[in-house]
Write a protein that binds this ligand. Structure first.
Ligand code: SF4
Length: 361
């Protein structure tokens, strides 16, 4: 606890904020890519204490938010089938599909179970050989090793009743997409410490060089966030377009190579649709052909399900740092966490949900 307290020490945070004030001479737009960091920045009131020259914009790093609506509809269609046990992390259950959510499927008698890992879902499959057990395998690089491990184990065990409904996305292609947009405003990035703890940060060197901006690997505690912003501001002021690891207690340059090995045994790169943004080339992982038997989209006949987002929603622009939630006409009126219309309101880590919860603007 003493260790965690160090990174929440008000005095240390105050000193770091003071250093940001002392180092900044002009306006800068900085994006935190991770929804967990968005939430933490809002929760700790960073936008009230940072110099007015720092504009924080919020990236597409909330896994629940970017899971395509049509995949949620596919999950719901699978979960309603007679012989299926549908398993998922709890936060996906309340995400509305086109006309219902997984909670309502469960309330109507569907076998929808909350699990804490895909390995738990695998156990359920072993205990229920007469049922098809499906795990909703969503997330960024952080969830990929455990999701891949479940497919690996299922293959080893010869399980015929286990499959994954996959929406596995990667951060670096999303950063490239944001930076390639002619209307991009982002001048520096906070890279997410937990993603980098798995993948390292070596992939970011070519991005920093190509787009000529700093990328700072940052943790999640208030002191980590303050240090990340300070390092970004200093790099911007010094025109230092490099990758800086401000989270060395959790991240190394090459990351967790054992976890990466598990990912590459099971998954291969693919184009991926991001809710609110659309298809980003090479931004996801799908199961390799030798794991096709564990692909729920192939096992169940759901390929034809195609869903459109509401026209009013501007979450795609918010996820690219081009708009703020309060610029959406539906924010806080038609669209609330209880009745979310779009990607960035469906999860507590979504930018619209964070702004709503902490009453920003
Ligand atoms: S407030 Fe709702 S409708 Fe508006 S951008 Fe956010 S998620 Fe979309």
């Amino acid at each position: 606890m003493a260790f965690a307290d160090t990174y929440r020490d008000p005095q240390l945070i105050k000193q770091t904020l003071q250093a940001i004030h002392e180092n900044i001479t002009q306006p800068w737009v900085i994006m935190e890519i991770c929804g967990g960091q968005t939430h933490a920045l809002m929760e700790h009131g960073f936008d009230d204490v940072l110099p007015k020259e720092v504009e924080l914009v919020h990236g597409p790093g909330c896994p629940v938010c970017v899971t395509p609506l049509e995949l949620i509809d596919k999950g719901i269609a699978i979960a309603q089938q007679e012989d299926v046990i549908f398993t998922s992390y709890g936060d996906m259950l309340r995400v509305p599909g086109s006309d219902k959510d997984l909670f309502s499927v469960r309330a109507a008698g569907g076998k929808v179970k909350v699990v804490y890992s895909p390995i738990e879902a695998l156990q359920i499959a072993r205990q229920n050989p007469d049922k098809q057990v499906v795990f909703f395998a969503i997330g960024f690089e952080t969830t990929a090793p455990a999701n891949a491990m479940s497919a690996l184990k299922a293959k080893e065990l010869g399980l015929k009743n286990f499959s994954l409904l996959v929406s596995q996305v990667r951060v670096p292609p999303a950063i490239r997409t944001i930076l390639s947009d002619p209307q991009n405003r982002v001048q520096g990035f906070l890279a997410a410490g937990h993603v980098c703890s798995v993948m390292g940060y070596h992939e970011y060197f070519s991005i920093a060089e190509e787009f000529k901006l700093p990328i700072v690997v940052t943790g999640f505690e208030p002191f980590d966030l303050a240090v990340g912003i300070l390092e970004t501001v200093k790099a911007l002021e010094e025109k230092n377009n490099s990758v800086i690891n401000a989270y060395p207690r959790g991240v190394s340059e090459r990351g967790n190579t054992s976890a990466q090995d598990i990912i590459s045994r099971v998954y291969e790169p693919c184009d991926m649709k991001w809710r609110g943004i659309g298809v980003i080339p090479d931004s996801g992982w799908k199961l390799k052909p030798e794991y096709a038997d564990f692909d729920a989209e192939k096992k169940f006949d759901v390929a034809q399900i195609n869903t459109q987002e509401p026209d009013i929603c501007i979450s795609g622009l918010i996820l690219q740092g081009r708009k703020k939630p309060y610029e959406c006409p539906a924010f806080g009126t038609l669209c609330t966490p209880q009745n979310p219309l779009g990607a960035t309101m469906v999860s507590s880590e979504g930018t619209c949900a964070a702004y709503y919860r902490y009453h920003r603007k």
